[in-house]
Design a protein around this ligand. Structure first.
Ligand code: PHE
Length: 454
């Protein structure tokens, strides 16, 4: 039976195609937009290092766990838990993942909408000779305008729904293959420009010279949350993606490459943003609490300082849009795969229904960054991000680890991982992390959640 179902599923064209598509899911606004905000809010370099450690010890562990579960079962998260442990209640963890992806997509696509807006604003030449004040004003005016931000949000959801409705091979792969490497090259270019701005060293010090007095549980908790967020973990995305990987491929090196490239992009985003901020007249970033618009307000400043800035700006916002879309696509793919597999819906029907639902769910987030005073005061957007983007990802991730160790078993999991990976050099470390380090770290931080979120 499994055979029959498997043969109907698409598989990735090659290992590189999988890595690029998974990196496409991972690399996105989480690295480019959210990471630099977290750095600014949580004490600079200390947070940067906590994030890198969290990716290495916890993110990589979790990613390998999810890919193994996905490839073994060849199913969406709900079906995967059910296949390994039938009638056990574990499938509810899969349901939680489906709901979390939809909730995250609802506000994530709002930010992807901002990227869409910045694309046409760049074309209209709005960012020429920009200053920090005018840049901040452009962002604030944009997000406070309900019609414009809803229009952009709608466009992103419509494009995402369209691509998803056409299926995985033709949709995701084609996009990711060409454009992700291009984004990377452009970011290196912008990073070099930012690093050579006069006075950049203060920004670099903030970003890379840890002030150890800043370490606390809050930093650790949000570092793990960000690792999960930026790597698309804790909600079944990598289980779903893993279900499309062939048994010939090496899961370990694939997971390693995805973690490495995502971290590098996040790191570069900070390298572009902080030196630029610290060299901007009229700003004292030490006392600066970054707003949700940090990236959107800062990038035009560095682009404006490049010869041929208009073209670079255009290219950056096109690639940002693509990076955001490959992530929105992966977020929508989870509930869509679930409805196709478990409820036998057709792909277009599932895509249109769920895409519309996420749009409706996201309207309050879109309006809570200035357009509606009540929602803004309530902090709807930030509350969604805290609840779904941090807490539920951590709980989902913890659930996957417990499931793997105690309900699936390390032995079959390792067998799956070794298939296609003749020598798993980090095996001992992974086993230690998956059994002890990662679950305990998440558990302890969840216990502290009340103090963390105050
Ligand atoms: N990881 C992607 C990003 O950082 C998208 C994503 C966000 C996926 C949150 C899951 C959860 O842009």
């Amino acid at each position: 039976m499994a055979e029959k179902e498997t043969s109907k599923r698409g598989t990735w064209g090659s290992k590189v195609a999988f890595i690029l598509a998974a990196a496409g899911s991972a690399i996105g606004l989480g690295s480019l937009w959210r990471f630099p905000i977290m750095v600014g809010r949580l004490g600079g370099a200390v947070y940067v290092f906590a994030y890198i450690l969290a990716v290495f010890f916890i993110g990589f562990t979790e990613m390998l766990a999810e890919l193994a579960i996905g490839r073994r079962t060849q199913k969406n998260p709900v079906g995967a838990f059910e296949a390994i442990r039938p009638h056990s209640g574990w499938k509810y963890l899969g349901y939680a993942g489906v709901i979390t992806t939809m909730a995250i997509l609802s506000y994530y696509a709002v930010v992807a909408g901002w990227a869409f807006g910045y694309l046409y604003k760049t074309i209209f030449g709005l960012f020429r000779n920009i200053t920090w004040e005018s840049s901040a004003a452009i962002f604030e005016r944009f997000v406070a305008n309900p019609w414009e931000s809803l229009f952009c949000f709608f466009m992103v959801m419509a494009i995402t729904t369209y691509i998803i409705s056409r299926g995985i091979q033709s949709g995701i792969e084609r996009f990711a293959k060409i454009l992700m490497p291009l984004l990377f090259i452009l970011m290196i270019f912008l990073a070099v420009r930012a690093l050579t701005l006069p006075g950049a060293s203060r920004g670099i010090a903030f970003y890379l010279k840890p002030d150890l007095s800043q370490i606390d549980v809050k930093v650790l908790f949000f570092a793990i949350g960000q690792a999960f967020y930026s790597l698309s973990l804790g909600m079944g995305i990598m289980i779903t993606y893993g279900s499309y990987i062939s048994r010939r491929e090496n899961l370990v090196s694939s997971a390693g490459w995805v973690c490495f490239s995502t971290t590098l992009v996040a790191f570069l985003a900070g390298i572009i943003i902080y030196p630029t901020l610290f060299t901007t007249p009229g700003l004292s970033p030490e006392k600066f609490e970054p707003s949700l618009g940090l990236m959107f307000q800062t990038i035009p400043l560095v682009i404006d300082k490049l010869p041929g800035g208009f073209l670079f700006g255009l290219l950056f916002f096109i690639l940002l849009q693509v990076a955001a879309l490959t992530s929105t696509i992966s977020l929508l793919e989870v509930p869509v795969a679930f409805f196709i597999d478990e409820h036998k819906w057709t792909r277009p029907k599932a895509a249109i229904f769920l895409g519309s639902l996420c749009f409706l769910l996201g309207i309050p987030s879109a309006l809570s960054v200035g357009a509606s005073a009540t929602l803004t005061r309530f902090g709807f957007f930030n509350k969604m991000d805290l609840l779904f983007g941090n807490i539920l990802l951590a709980i989902g991730g913890l659930g996957v680890l417990i499931f793997l160790v105690y309900f699936w078993g390390l032995k079959p999991a390792l067998e799956e991982i070794r298939t296609g990976c003749p020598r798993f050099r980090l095996e001992k470390l992974w086993v230690f992390n998956v059994r002890f380090l990662a679950p305990l770290a998440i558990l302890i931080l969840l216990v502290f959640i009340k103090t963390i979120t105050q």
